[in-house]
Design a protein around this ligand. Structure first.
Ligand code: HXC
Length: 259
């Protein structure tokens, strides 16, 4: 169905792989176009509640935007490519499904930016992160200057972006760039376990919490708290609120189905 992606579903979980292993899953324009289309379809698909995003092969999550392709782009074309990436990556943050990045190797440049757009990052112990753009004469262009600073703080983001230093998974965990580090062989199992845990919660409530967190990070505290108040009011009208609280009071497992 796709030339540059592999999509598999296991119940309500989609496993989406960037599939350009010969170039270590580099993101060319065709791949990003497919990724945007695929995420748009998933966003509208109520049968999918969690997405695990990873790279094909054992060496790379995504080694960045495709340098061979970028080398030929004009300034205007580079801007268009950057906007395609921004639109695609932003969709991950705004779609109701939870997107888990299973970082299975190199996450460099656009690959690190793609991982940072995901809701949760689980890294293999072999993963390597960097923003090497300043060594190529450009800057991170898929949101890296914004998201890295928000995730790890301004000082660490500046150091990583200015020096282009590579960091391993443990260091990425230490500075808050990833949520968890697991042995490479256990990466997909760890992500599936996390995805299944999310499926046992209210997907509607999770999507509301995601939207509150995403919007709240871009606004002032009062506006964020107002949004949270409006959003919790919406959750009070759901089946899952009635069922979740009844199940607690009746000491039985809840059957949460809203999305
Ligand atoms: C195009 C890439 C690539 C990339 C690797 N390849 N990364 N092709 N774009 N980003 C290709 C190589 O050319 C090579 O192709 C094959 O993948 C294997 O890579 P090697 O370099 O031979 O492997 P290795 O020696 O193991 O080194 C792995 C590596 C290195 C450390 C990941 O490939 C590397 O540094 N890649 C570039 C990483 C990078 O700078 N990324 C940021 C890009 S800028 P052949 O045909 O020779 O086998 C960016 C900007 C985003 O992402 C924003 C834009 C708007």
């Amino acid at each position: 169905m796709y030339e540059h992606l592999l999509l598999e579903t296991k119940g309500q979980i989609a496993i989406l792989k960037i599939n350009n292993p010969k170039s270590l899953n580099a993101l060319n324009i065709a791949t990003m176009t497919e990724l945007n289309e695929c995420l748009t379809n998933i966003e509208a698909n109520k049968d999918i509640r969690v997405v695990i995003l990873t790279g094909e092969g054992s060496k790379a999550f995504v080694a960045g935007a495709d340098i061979a392709e970028m080398a030929k782009l004009t300034a205007a074309e580079g801007r268009t490519m950057s906007l395609l990436g921004k639109t695609t990556f932003r969709r991950i943050e705004t779609m109701p499904q939870v997107v888990i990045a299973a970082v299975n190797g190199y996450a460099l440049g656009g690959g690190c930016e793609l991982a940072m757009s995901c809701d949760i990052r689980v890294a293999a112990d072999s993963a390597v992160f960097a923003q090497p753009e300043c060594g190529l004469g450009i800057i991170p262009g898929f949101g890296g200057t914004q998201r890295l600073a928000r995730l790890v703080g301004k000082g660490r983001a500046k150091e990583l972006i200015f020096t282009c230093d590579r960091i391993d998974a443990q260091e990425a965990y230490r500075i808050g760039l990833v949520n968890k580090v697991v042995p490479q062989a256990e990466l997909m199992d760890a992500c599936m376990t996390m995805a299944e845990k999310l499926l046992s919660k209210s997907s509607y409530a999770i999507s509301m919490a995601k939207a509150c967190i995403e919007t709240g990070m871009d606004t002032d505290l009062s506006s964020g708290l107002d949004l949270e108040a409006t959003s919790i009011a919406l959750t009070f009208s759901t089946h899952d609120k009635a069922e979740g609280m009844a199940a607690f009071l009746e000491r039985r497992p809840a059957n949460l189905t809203d999305f």
